[in-house]
Design a protein around this ligand. Sequence first.
Ligand SMILES: [Fe+2]
Length: 406
Amino acid sequence: MRTADSNLRVFYLGTKIVHGVGSVAETGAELKGLGAAKALVVTDRGIRKAGLLDGVLRSLEEAGMASVVFDEVEEDPGGATVGRGAELASRERCDGIVVVGGGSPICAGRGIGVVVTNGGKIRDYTGLNKAKKPPLPLIAIPTTAGSGAEVSQFIVLKDEEVHTKMVAGSPLYFPKVAILDPLLLRGLSFGQFVASGVDALGHAVEAFLTSVTTPITDAVALQAVTMIYEHLRPAATSDDLDAKEACLIASTMANIAAGNARLGLVHLMTNPMEGMFHIPHGIAVGTLLPYVMEFNLPASHVRFASLARAMGESGAVGSIEDLARRALVALKRLLADLNFPRKYSELQVDRGSIPQMAAMAMGGQYSVYDPSKEYSMTAPVPTTNIRKATMGDLIRLYENAFEGWD
Ligand SMILES: [Fe+2]
């Protein structure tokens, strides 16, 4: 029987979304509208060198706003970078933040905003709703079509002390504005576009396959799948600006869905791969996605049939089970077209580390694996994944990813 508690769902998005070709020209007016007078512009050196800040800085200047650039965000940033950025923001008396970059700068920039107004270190805010005061108002301008961090209430950073990820979440951490300008994606390499696009596809697919989906999240997630499936190939391989824009908007939509419907086993299992073997997030997502989808298939043929249709498959012939299975076929076809790695052995992941990876993915009680101990393979995985899994399932899924697919 359903109770009021088990039925209760909330759809929330705390971010205004401005999108369109050339939309970075709105940055100054948007930040002014948030009541700020001086911006800390957070980015990385590559983005600055590529000239992607130019339009943003011009817009701030035209709006009469002062700005100072912090371009020290590295790949996979941690608390030290956030600390340095927060120090600069405080010293320069910045009262707003503009982040230009992928998931790393956007998470670092949001962390800076929290530390400036709340004090301490970003590590102090690990967990949910730890910050008491709102962070500095922030505009996120993504330069990849992938992470969806521009519409996320979760800040994900490297925890330098325990070599894993720290996650801080609060509705306060939503960027106030996300500006989606496809002109900023033009410099991405094929590999960068593919890795981020597959990450976004992973968000959309996983958000459609959880135990807490709603009609609202389903609509957003499915449309994101449709758009990414149709546009990722031309977006990654050509200058097609319409395709790039479709991927950018779809990646934001995918994370809007995931922010409300949550994610599944793929995103649980990628953390150890990134922490232990430094596999880029999008690559980790795409190598696991086919196996986790196969694992999830028996949980809902109807949902998989919807995914298949979203990926252009037709239900004209055959049973719903056939159509459901074609979602997997379609996914593999896309990954193959994109020359995506098909197995872990191509990625220098050590097979002997699977028990440790599974333990880290389980989190909490098992996060440090002790080979001298007996582990329960039937221990349930804490996840919103549509099909309940055990630690043994995680190990089998990692093993499968080693074998690869044809
Ligand atoms: Fe992701």
